[in-house]
Write a protein that binds this ligand. Structure first.
Ligand code: HDE
Length: 694
């Protein structure tokens, strides 16, 4: 009989000549397990070049982590524009619908270190490198459309405030501490962004279920030199969905790689994450038509005022080969633009133009990081930059200067397709002064609050209470409440009541420059499209005597729709089928997983199986917790008893009527259809009365 393990090994066997272990000089090594010593128990010898080289290389394996956005995960993919945008831009990848542009995207959290958990409350970075035929274009955005500060001068202050406190380096990857909120109370321009940060946008279910935003107003320039202001948006195909706060805390322990794993697994399974690129376009002559300044990065243009036009599609379909080489070494820079895309005078954007190149020099150790495979453009590179650390090019010729005759004047400068900066008219005195048009810090925070559904408002209040409840200095809590009173009186009162601060007695004026709209449905995550279960994860709880046919039907129905279905039992291996059929394969031992790692739970029928589960504290807890986190709980036949025991369904409860509770008998036909609909709907947030009433 053939041994499957041996077969696997044989399949990967290669000619030993190609696989010999060598030193970095290519010398074949006879032993990599024992140091060279003088006698078996004697001292190690300096002559052991293999030991010294192995340790030296190891000692230098780390590079500095990113000062912000250290924790991240990336993937390759492709982008294609739907139809030519030549009316607005000369960028080829936006004007030629036949072009498929390769991309690399890196998602990240902002505050935590490289090893911190994925599911912390934080902004998510959403940085895309387009390898266009005209050179690299980097869209270095976030999953929130505004930022904490208006001027890059404040960035080090803000980051110092949000990072772990300097005296004890606590807390890791958390915003719930004194220094951040001290900064926030004193810098009211943070208010709008803090509303986003306290909302569920800060705890996304999946990178594939997040929007992305370029944040700043950019400038598109067409072939005639006409400029149009533009805001970039990414709209996820799977809708925008978030986790439950309590769930995120538990996931941080059970699976700190939750979002990273989800991205990796989805791509491996062929459930490729997809976004539409959208543009909000504002004619240059309308620059001053808004109630806010287009250059202010703490403001959005409400989608109801300027619609987002879908212009193309991005699909991520390939995982990196090596995390360090690609995801860690990728170097984004907001200054990487191609002809047809240009900057504006947004002072945050302007500061970023300096910072990204600067940071790569220390992080990647010299000016040649653009030669690393993940950073290298697909467009040809030719210039007179020479030498430097880690130079991998062997430049030809004698002339490393311009102009020259010795290289025939090459490389030539200018000509069609070269980048020409937009000739913006600028005039003024050198001043350190924030523009008056940036003065209102509350109007759009109020717009955000007014656009939320009741459950979202409840989550925001709970988040403020949690965060400020961790702030030790009472005066800071009071300062934040005073700011919130300018956003919404009811919000300020509710937050104050939860954190031992005297609620403000009266409403105070809110902001002045909200916009033409008073509520923007596009800001809410309520009632998202519920058409697909792609990338969703469903647990099926089983024990010996389970109805194997039901397990198979549920698994088949879910996987056919692109969802992941995992069978969980007390231990790995198989369980017996009640009908005497083939044993049912177990994917995971229950002890290694937890309800928080799934979107839904299914309890199939089978008298013996359900009796065992009813006696298992782990199984009952699994279902109860799934229900508590507003997810779908489903059961067939006797399995319903487990839902009842877990308090997730009973004759006198209104749970079923609130949706998200799916039960069925015998035949699985309607059941699987209902299950898929419920899972696609994400969560029944209205089930969580505690936080809505908060
Ligand atoms: Fe960044 N930011 N940033 N940022 N940022 C960095 O660059 C900086 C800002 C964003 O996955 C750093 O390579 C300044 C806004 C993302 O590799 C650094 C200012 C937005 C990433 C830096 C900002 C972002 C970074 C750290 C204010 C959303 C991760 C390491 C003037 C529009 C990219 C690095 C990746 C990374 C500086 C503000 C997004 C230090 C000075 C606003 C997604 O250069």
């Amino acid at each position: 009989m053939t041994d499957p393990k041996q077969e696997r090994l044989d399949a990967h066997r290669v000619d030993p000549k190609d696989t010999a272990l060598t030193t970095d000089q290519g010398i074949r090594v006879d032993d990599t397990d024992n140091s060279l010593t003088l006698g078996e128990r004697g001292p190690s010898l300096l002559a052991d070049f293999h030991l010294r080289e192995k340790l030296t290389h190891f000692d230098h394996e780390r590079i500095p982590e990113r000062v912000v956005h250290a924790r991240g995960a990336g993937a390759y993919g492709r982008f294609q524009v739907y139809e030519s945008l030549a009316e607005y831009t000369s960028a080829e990848f936006l004007t030629d619908p036949s072009l498929e542009t390769p991309v690399f995207v890196r998602f990240s959290t902002v505050a935590g270190s490289r090893g911190s958990a994925d599911t912390v409350r934080d902004v998510r970075g959403f940085a895309t490198k387009f390898y266009t035929q005209q050179g690299n274009f980097d869209l270095v955005g976030n999953n929130m459309p505004v930022f904490f500060i208006q001027d890059g001068m404040k960035f080090p202050d803000f980051v110092h405030a949000v990072k772990p406190e300097p005296h004890n380096e606590i807390p890791q990857a958390q915003s719930a501490h004194d220094t951040l909120w001290d900064f926030v109370q004193l810098q009211p321009e943070t208010t709008h962004m803090m509303m986003w940060l306290m909302s569920d946008r800060a705890i996304p279910r999946s990178y594939a279920m997040m929007e992305g935003f370029g944040v700043h107003t950019f400038r598109l320039v067409n072939a005639e030199g006409r400029a149009t202001f533009a805001k970039f948006h990414w709209k996820p195909k799977l809708g925008k969905h978030s986790l439950d706060w309590d769930e995120t805390q538990k996931i941080a322990g059970k699976d700190p790689d939750f979002n990273r794993r989800d991205l990796w697994d989805s791509i491996e399974a062929g459930a490729y994450p997809e976004w539409e690129l959208g543009l909000q376009l504002v004619p240059a002559e309308d620059e001053h038509k808004f109630a806010f300044d287009l250059l202010d990065p703490t403001k959005i243009i409400p989608e109801e005022e300027v619609p987002v036009r879908p212009v193309g599609k991005m699909v991520l379909d390939r995982n990196p080969e090596n995390f360090f080489a690609e995801t860690e070494q990728v170097a984004f820079h907001i200054g990487n633009v191609v002809p047809g895309i240009d900057f504006t005078n947004d002072p945050l954007l302007q500061a970023r133009l300096f910072s990204y190149l600067d940071t790569q020099l220390i992080r990647l150790g010299g000016p040649n990081f653009t030669q690393l495979p993940v950073n290298r453009p697909v467009a040809p590179v030719a210039n007179h930059h020479r030498d430097g650390y880690h130079q991998t090019e062997i430049h030809q010729g004698r002339a490393a200067y311009h102009p020259n005759t010795l290289s025939g004047g090459c490389p030539v400068v200018g000509g069609s397709g070269s980048f020409t900066h937009f000739p913006e008219q600028a005039d003024g005195r050198a001043v350190r002064k924030r523009s008056e048009s940036f003065a209102d810090h509350y109007g759009q925070a109020t717009l955000f609050w007014n656009s939320m559904s009741d459950w979202e408002k409840g989550h925001i209040v709970s988040a403020f209470r949690f965060e400020l409840g961790k702030v030790e200095t009472m005066q800071i809590r009071e300062g934040v409440v005073a700011n919130l009173n300018h956003v919404d009186h009811e919000l300020a009162v509710k937050v104050a009541e939860g954190i031992g601060v005297a609620p403000p007695e009266e409403a105070v004026p809110t902001g002045t420059t909200a916009s033409a709209v008073t509520a923007s449905p596009a800001l809410s995550q309520d009632g998202q499209p519920a058409e697909t279960v792609t990338g969703r994860k469903v647990a099926v709880l089983v024990a010996d005597g389970v109805n194997g046919a039901q397990v198979a039907a549920v698994r088949d129905a879910l996987t056919a729709e692109g969802a992941f279905c995992e069978v969980l039992a007390a231990s790995d291996g198989t369980v017996e089928d009640a009908g005497g059929g083939a044993p049912v394969e177990v994917d995971r031992a229950m002890a290694t997983m937890a309800s928080v790692l799934y979107d839904a739970v299914v309890v199939p029928g089978g008298e013996r199986s359900v009796q065992t589960l009813l006696g298992s504290g782990d199984a009952v807890h699994f279902v109860a917790e799934t229900f508590k986190h507003c997810k779908t709980v489903a059961a067939l036949d006797e399995g319903v008893e487990l839902l009842e025991k877990a308090g997730a369904a009973s004759a006198d409860s209104d749970a079923a009527s609130q949706g998200g509770v799916v039960t069925g008998r015998g035949d699985t036909g309607d059941f699987t259809g209902e299950l898929i609909k419920a899972v696609a709907a994400h969560r029944v947030w209205t089930r969580d009365k505690d936080h809505i009433a908060a």
